[in-house]
Design a protein around this ligand. Structure first.
Ligand code: HEM
Length: 134
């Protein structure tokens, strides 16, 4: 490592900057879902009120990134694929979710190295959740 390179923090949760930054990311993600015509099918899959989705994604991401297990403490194992079975998830919905999250990561200024790694991990999870042939 050269002197200019900073060592990477221990896990993604610390790297992102803790709960306040995860909250910022989730807030921007759902604001964009509400605002951007490019995500309209994804938005339409959600109910009119995004409050519960905002809370749950925040709790989930804290643990998924290596921070506190807020989601598991409240709901047990995430079983994300099973919990998403009531919603149609094809390529279109998967790609809108990923694009919306990537835009949110960019706008809140997530470190670019971390953003690239999270983009890959989100892809794996979102693709595994597909439950509808497109
Ligand atoms: C990596 C990708 C994704 C992650 C990490 C994720 C995460 C979550 C989490 C943690 C919840 C709360 C689950 C619960 O306790 O009920 C949730 C709910 C939901 N997700 Fe996802 N999700 C992803 C992709 C998608 C996609 C592609 C769709 C497209 C339809 C979608 C639609 C929904 C809907 C409609 C809800 C219910 C929201 C509510 O409670 O009002 N998700 N998601």
């Amino acid at each position: 490592m050269t002197t200019e390179e900073k060592p990477e923090p221990g896990n993604a949760f610390d790297w992102i900057g803790g709960e306040a930054r995860v909250q910022e990311l989730v807030t921007r993600f759902y604001d964009l879902m509400d605002l951007e015509p490019a995500y309209k099918e994804l938005r339409a899959a959600h109910g009119s009120d995004l409050t519960s989705a905002r809370e749950k994604l925040f709790w989930f991401l804290c643990g998924w990134l290596g921070g506190p297990n807020h989601y598991i403490e409240r709901f047990g194992h995430p079983r994300l694929r099973a919990r998403h079975l009531p919603f149609k998830i094809g390529i279109l919905e998967r790609d809108q979710w990923l694009a919306c999250m990537d835009q949110a990561m960019g706008e809140v200024g997530i470190d670019e190295t971390l953003r690239a790694r999270l983009r890959e991990s989100f892809f794996g999870t979102a693709d595994w959740m597909r439950n509808t042939p497109s």
